[in-house]
Design a binder for this molecule. Structure first.
Ligand code: ADP
Ligand code: GLC
Length: 486
C-alpha cells in the first residue's frame, strides 16, 4: 500500500510551541502515524520560537503578498517533526503566546493571522508544493478551520479533508468586513457557507465543509450534538452526525514514563510502587507542605479557567481538608482564580501548596508524587492529564464529562475484566459532588490493598497513541477510498 500523505494544520505543536493539549496531540500524531503508513507534515505559523527551532530549512513557496505583507513557506524539521512553516513576519513575528500579546490581550488581527494559515494550507492541499501533494488536509481547531472554506470556494479539485475539534468553546468569530481582505468570495457569506451568527465563523466553516469531522473522545462527540453542550454549533453537528466521530487522544509514553523519567525524584514502575514515596516527599517539600506520608496528597495540573472547574475545587477544599488531605496545585490562567488559590495556600500552608506557573518539569513530579490527580472539569473534550496520571499511578478523581468518562473507570462501577476500576468519577459537576468524590477517594486511599489495585489497574491501561493513531489512519483510508469511488 502506498503511504497516505497528510498535511496537518495546527497553530501549536509540542515541544516547540504549546499552550494546551492541542500542541501535545499535533506533536505526537505524526510519529504515531508513521507506523501506520501515513506520511504527515505539519503546517505551523512561523512564531519566533518556531523560526528559532527550525533546522535545515528550504524555502518551498514564495508569496510576495499574503494578507498585507510578504511571506514564504519553509520546509524543515525540528524535534523530529517534519514541518512546513508559514514565515510571515507581519503576522507572526511577535512576542507572547500564539494568540495574545504579553499583556494577555488577543491580537486584534487574529482573524487575518489565522486566515493566512488556512489560505496557505489550502494552497498546499491543492499542490502548490509539488514535492508534497497531500491526499488529505487535516485541520485542528478554529485556527485552521478556514482551510476547508478556501478549498471549497477555490473551484479547483481538492484533497480529502478532516476537521478535528479539540475544544468547541473556541470558535474563531470575526467581522464580516474581513471577507474581502482575506480573499473569500461574497457569496461565501451564507448560512451554508462561512456565515455564523452574523460573523465569519472559522470553526463553523471547517465543520461545514470537511469530509469528516472528529473530536477527541466518543462522549464529547455525543455531547456536542446536544443543545446544552453544543455551544451554538449543535444543530450543524447533528446535521453532520453521519461524518462525525470521536477518537480518543493518547499521550507520548516515552515522554511520560515513570521508569525512566529524569524529571522526577525516584523512578518507579508498577512492580515497585514503593519508590513513589520518595516522589511524594519531594513534592511535599517542593510545595512547602508538611512531610506527611499518611496524608492523601492530591495534585492538580491545569489551565486555570472556567472549563476546568477549579473554582469548585476551592469550594470543596474546606470540607475535604478536615480529613488529612493535602493538595499541590500547578496552574496558570484566570487572574481571579490565581489570586484565590494563592490566598488559600497562604491561609493553610501545611495543607495547600500552589504554584502559579507553567512548568513541565514540575508537572512530571506531581504525576509521580501525588496520590490522586483531580480533574473537576465542567466540560472536557478529552483531557490528557488524567492519562498521564493513570500511567504514573496517581489515581484520577474526575468529573463525569467528555473524555474523562471514556478514560477513567470508577472504583464502584468496574466494567468486568476488560475494564477494571482505575479512579473516582463524580457528577453532576458541583462542589457538593466533588466534595463527596474527595471523601470517597480518601476512604479508598485508607484501604491500602484497594488503592494499590486501582494504581495497578491504571498503570496497565494502554494510554499510548498506538491504537488511537490507527483509527486516524483508518479514517484517512476511508476518505481516500470514498473519493476514488466517487
Ligand atoms: P487543555 O488542553 O484543555 O488545557 P489537556 O489536559 O488536554 O487540557 O492538556 C493540557 C496539557 O498541558 C497537558 O499536557 C498538561 O500536562 C499541560 N499543562 C497544563 N497546565 C500546565 C502547567 N501549569 N504546567 C505544566 N503543564 C501544564
Ligand atoms: C483541548 C481540550 C482537551 C483536549 C485537548 C487535546 O484543549 O480542552 O480536553 O485533551 O484539546 O485534544
Amino acid at each position: 500500500m502506498s503511504p497516505i500523505r497528510v498535511l496537518s494544520v495546527a497553530s501549536e505543536i509540542y515541544p516547540i510551541v504549546k499552550t494546551g493539549g492541542l500542541a501535545d496531540v499535533a506533536g505526537a500524531l505524526p510519529m504515531a502515524l508513521k507506523a501506520e503508513g501515513v506520511e504527515m507534515r505539519t503546517l505551523v505559523p512561523g512564531y519566533p520560537g518556531v523560526m528559532q527551532a527550525l533546522q535545515a530549512a528550504d524555502e518551498v513557496l514564495t508569496l510576495p503578498h499574503l494578507h498585507g505583507g510578504p511571506a514564504r513557506v519553509l520546509s524543515g524539521s525540528s524535534a523530529g517533526l517534519d514541518l512546513l512553516v508559514l514565515d510571515a513576519a507581519h503576522l507572526f513575528a511577535r512576542p507572547g503566546n500564539p494568540y495574545s500579546s504579553p499583556d494577555g490581550a488577543d491580537w486584534p488581527d487574529n482573524g487575518i493571522r489565522f486566515s493566512a494559515l488556512g489560505r496557505i494550507a489550502a494552497d498546499i492541499g491543492q499542490g502548490s508544493i509539488p514535492a508534497f501533494a497531500p491526499d488529505i488536509v487535516h485541520a485542528h481547531d478554529w485556527q485552521a478551520g478556514l482551510t476547508h472554506a478556501y478549498l471549497q470556494y477555490s473551484g479547483r479539485p481538492r484533497p480529502g479533508t478532516v476537521m478535528t475539534v479539540h475544544n468547541l468553546a473556541f470558535q474563531g468569530q470575526f467581522p464580516r468586513a474581513l471577507l474581502e481582505q482575506i480573499g473569500l468570495p461574497s457569496h461565501s457569506f451564507d448560512i451554508d457557507g462561512v456565515e455564523y451568527y452574523g460573523a465569519i465563523g472559522f470553526l463553523k466553516a471547517g465543520l461545514r465543509f470537511a469530509d469528516r469531522i472528529t473530536t477527541v473522545s466518543p462522549t464529547y462527540a455525543a455531547e456536542i450534538q446536544r443543545p446544552d453542550e453544543g455551544m451554538g454549533l449543535d444543530g450543524l453537528l447533528r446535521g453532520r452526525s453521519d461524518v462525525l466521530s470521536g477518537i480518543l487522544n493518547g499521550i507520548d509514553i516515552s515522554v511520560w514514563n515513570p521508569a525512566t523519567d529524569p524529571q522526577i525524584a525516584s523512578p518507579f514502575n508498577a512492580d515497585h510502587l514503593g519508590n513513589r514515596a520518595a516522589n511524594k516527599v519531594a513534592l511535599q517539600r517542593r510545595f512547602g507542605l508538611r512531610d506527611a506520608p499518611e496524608a492523601l496528597l492530591l495534585g492538580v495540573i491545569s489551565r486555570l479557567s472556567w472549563q476546568k472547574g477549579l473554582d469548585l475545587l476551592l469550594e470543596a477544599l474546606p470540607a475535604a481538608l478536615g480529613e488529612d488531605i493535602q493538595i499541590a496545585v500547578l496552574g496558570s490562567g484566570d487572574q481571579d482564580l490565581q489570586g484565590r488559590y494563592m490566598a488559600a495556600a497562604e491561609a493553610k500552608p501545611d495543607q495547600i501548596g500552589v504554584s502559579i506557573a507553567y512548568d513541565e518539569s514540575l508537572a512530571h513530579l506531581i504525576q509521580a508524587g501525588a496520590d490522586a490527580l483531580v480533574v473537576p472539569s465542567r466540560f472536557e473534550p478529552c483531557g490528557l492529564t488524567q492519562l498521564c496520571a493513570l500511567r504514573y499511578g496517581a489515581v484520577p478523581v474526575v468529573s463525569r464529562v467528555g473524555g474523562l468518562v471514556d478514560t477513567v473507570v470508577d472504583a464502584d462501577e468496574p466494567g468486568g475484566a476488560s475494564e477494571p476500576a482505575t479512579g473516582v468519577k463524580f457528577g453532576p459537576v458541583t462542589a457538593e459532588q466533588l466534595t463527596g468524590a474527595l471523601r470517597r477517594a480518601n476512604v479508598l486511599f485508607r484501604n491500602k490493598p484497594v488503592w494499590r489495585q486501582l494504581q495497578h489497574n491504571g498503570m496497565a491501561v494502554d494510554v499510548s497513541w498506538r491504537h488511537r493513531a490507527s483509527q486516524y489512519a483508518e479514517l484517512y483510508r476511508q476518505i481516500v477510498k470514498a473519493r476514488q469511488v466517487g
